[in-house]
Ligand binder design. Sequence first.
Ligand SMILES: Cc1cc2nc3c(=O)[nH]c(=O)nc-3n(C[C@H](O)[C@H](O)[C@H](O)COP(=O)(O)OP(=O)(O)OC[C@H]3O[C@@H](n4cnc5c(N)ncnc54)[C@H](O)[C@@H]3O)c2cc1C
Length: 294
Amino acid sequence: MIKKKRKLHWSENVVLGELTTFKIGGPTRYYFRAETEEDLIEALRQAREGDLPVFILGSGSNILVSDQGYPGAVIQLANRFFRFSGQEMEVGAGVALNWLVTEAARLGVGGLECETAVPGTVGGAVYGNAGTPDHHIGQLVKEVYFINRKSLEPGCYSAKQCQFDYRQSVFKEDQDKVITSIVLTGQPEKREVIWERMHDLARRKAASQPRFYPSAGCVFKNPPGHSAGALIDQAGLKGHRIGQAQISEQHANFIINLGRAKSRDVLALIDLIKEQVNKQFKVELVEEIIILPE
Ligand SMILES: Cc1cc2nc3c(=O)[nH]c(=O)nc-3n(C[C@H](O)[C@H](O)[C@H](O)COP(=O)(O)OP(=O)(O)OC[C@H]3O[C@@H](n4cnc5c(N)ncnc54)[C@H](O)[C@@H]3O)c2cc1C
């Protein structure tokens, strides 16, 4: 039970499906939207005093929430400050990645084009090292500031300490840290060149990804030397449907919600894909999406 000492506006029984791009999932017991670091710290403190598990939500574009919802406190990070200085960008973790990509292009700061059409917040992107197979946000990161959930003390990691790898960072390993802000460094570039790269990537994504049905992006990481989508396609699973969840006909690494898909439908498709790909190609697929409760 949360004891509301300092006044924070906690909501109860908020349906998480509404806060995700998949549009799937039941309610969280408590929900709070933190617009400042101070509010985040206070919310973490109140959840800890209430002995509640905490899940940090960015903009919900990489998660599958259980039909039963979440029996704890979901804190959505919406701290949206930003500072540009030359090629350096300091942004709150709650800043929308798409906004940052466009703003950097407008200012002639190159490097973030690989994040074109990636939904979500900058904090979420750093957590999962989002990007294309070859380029990712970690390549631009200079420093990441965070709050430790247990001690509620602030900290900072250099890019090296973040241990970025393909869809991987130290923050995925160490769930104690909530990313609060990020310093990124781009390189000077002509605006037209940046726009052209962005348009090219946006065109390719529009042609290859299902954009008209709710999804959480790619479900699986690409295993070393393989494309997860190609393996699922070769396993003959494209278009396979369980309930209202379907393996996309357009991109086999996307599962789409045809309307009223349940989390259990998606999980059944995930199990089927893993089993068939392992059976047919002896390859273990690993989820890229985060399944909640973890
Ligand atoms: C149509 C579509 C296309 C996509 N294309 C791509 C793509 O091209 N490349 C790519 O990499 N991804 C892609 N994705 C996946 C998704 O957009 C990214 O993973 C994105 O970075 C997730 O950010 P988010 O803010 O939505 O995080 P959420 O989905 O809200 O959270 C994801 C994880 O990050 C954690 N997290 C979020 N914020 C913080 C924080 N401040 N501190 C600590 N932990 C945090 C959450 O706890 C959770 O575990 C796509 C998704 C969709 C729906």
